[in-house]
Write a protein that binds this ligand. Structure first.
Ligand code: SF4
Length: 354
């Protein structure tokens, strides 16, 4: 996979685009003006691996709260603004590192240009968002709805306006709740513009559907080298968004990290509770930081061979298990001792900074 070359945008201390790591974002679900609750949520997200946080700015009080929130967190903060360009300006004055706006719902080009000018004055970035809800009327009519082409055209139009104003600290997002439209819109845009892209499936849904839709859509884009920052949006606790984002990045191979546990689906040859062992290994390896591939397999005959690309793994018999590294058996133990032995081996490998 060759990553698409994009320009670099600066969001506080984080750089997006170019060869910079694809940054993980999430959004708080608290009322932003409730500073204690918002800071607490951001700190939890930061600990989970969130690198840029976005907060909804609904009114003046939210915008003013940014200053204090920023003094208590370390990751860059993005102010999420809809409809009211004055709130974007207030958020910038309060120290927002980036504002996310949908130019199509700000009430005219002039207001969009004012936000860009203020962002420039404060050294902040702007995310230009387009989606079906904010799509320009003429494009909606020309393309017969919020199609992928219409979204791409809309985004290109706003980027052009920003560049003509001399503002280029831009990130762009083209979002749809349809995986196919979202992927297509981002591909069309990416083929015509080198601005960094924030990718995400909007209103992806509750946990199960949301994760599957996000993995399908974001995975498709990332594997094409498209995407410079991402958010998995879920109707769920926000830390789950971060965990999901990390997994999507790791499983697509664009930013590997942590433990990848592969396990066989089991079949008639399996004589042990492999599903239970796999869950146990998954739970015990959540905190492992370096990338390591771990296998939990249901039979000693096929298991090590089928999982030979794993760094380490277990293959279970009825009462026993074999521990293998890169497909080669290195020990045999009783089944009930197997997970402990595996964990010792993982700690040893992870300690070597694998
Ligand atoms: S590893 Fe063994 S038990 Fe698991 S699916 Fe393959 S053949 Fe079946």
């Amino acid at each position: 996979m060759v990553r698409k070359k994009t320009t670099v945008a600066k969001i506080g201390s984080v750089y997006i685009g170019g060869q910079n790591p694809i940054a993980i974002q999430s959004m708080t679900k608290s009322v932003t003006a409730d500073v204690d609750a918002t800071v607490k949520q951001i700190q939890m997200l930061e600990e989970a691996g969130c690198e840029i946080i976005r907060c909804a700015i609904v009114d003046k009080t939210d915008a003013e709260a940014i200053r204090e929130i920023k003094s208590r967190i370390t990751i860059p903060l993005v102010a999420d603004i809809h409809f009211d360009s004055r709130l974007a300006v207030k958020a910038l004055k309060s120290g927002a590192d980036k504002v996310r706006i949908n130019p199509g719902n700000l009430g005219g080009e002039e207001k969009f240009l004012t936000v860009l000018e203020e962002a420039g004055n404060y050294g902040a970035a702007v995310r230009i968002g387009v989606n079906g809800g904010s799509l320009s009327k003429d494009l909606y009519e020309r393309f017969g709805g919020a199609s992928a082409r219409a979204l791409a055209e809309d985004a290109l139009r706003y980027v052009d306006l920003a560049k003509r104003q001399g503002f280029d600290n831009i990130v762009v997002s083209l979002k749809s709740s349809s995986v196919a439209d979202c992927v297509e819109a981002n591909k069309l845009f990416s083929a015509q513009c080198d601005c960094p892209l924030h990718i995400g499936i909007t209103e992806a849904g509750t946990y199960e559907d949301g994760i599957i839709k996000s993995a399908a859509g974001l995975g498709a884009l990332l594997l094409e080298g498209i995407g410079d920052t991402l958010r998995v949006s879920l109707s769920e606790e926000p830390v789950r968004e971060v965990y999901a984002a990390k997994k999507i990045l790791s499983h697509t191979g664009v930013r590997r990290g942590g433990a990848e546990v592969i396990s066989c689906p089991t079949c008639g040859r399996c004589k042990a509770d492999v599903i239970g062992y796999a869950r146990q290994v998954r739970a015990l390896t959540r905190e492992v930081a370096p990338y390591i591939k771990i296998a939990v397999m249901g039979c000693a005959v096929n298991g090590p061979g089928e999982a030979r690309d794993a760094d380490v793994g277990l293959a279970f018999g009825a009462d026993s298990a074999v521990l293998f590294e890169k497909g080669i058996q290195v020990a045999a133990v009783k089944a009930e001792e197997a997970v402990e032995l595996l964990m010792q081996c993982i700690q040893q490998i992870a300690g070597q900074g694998l």
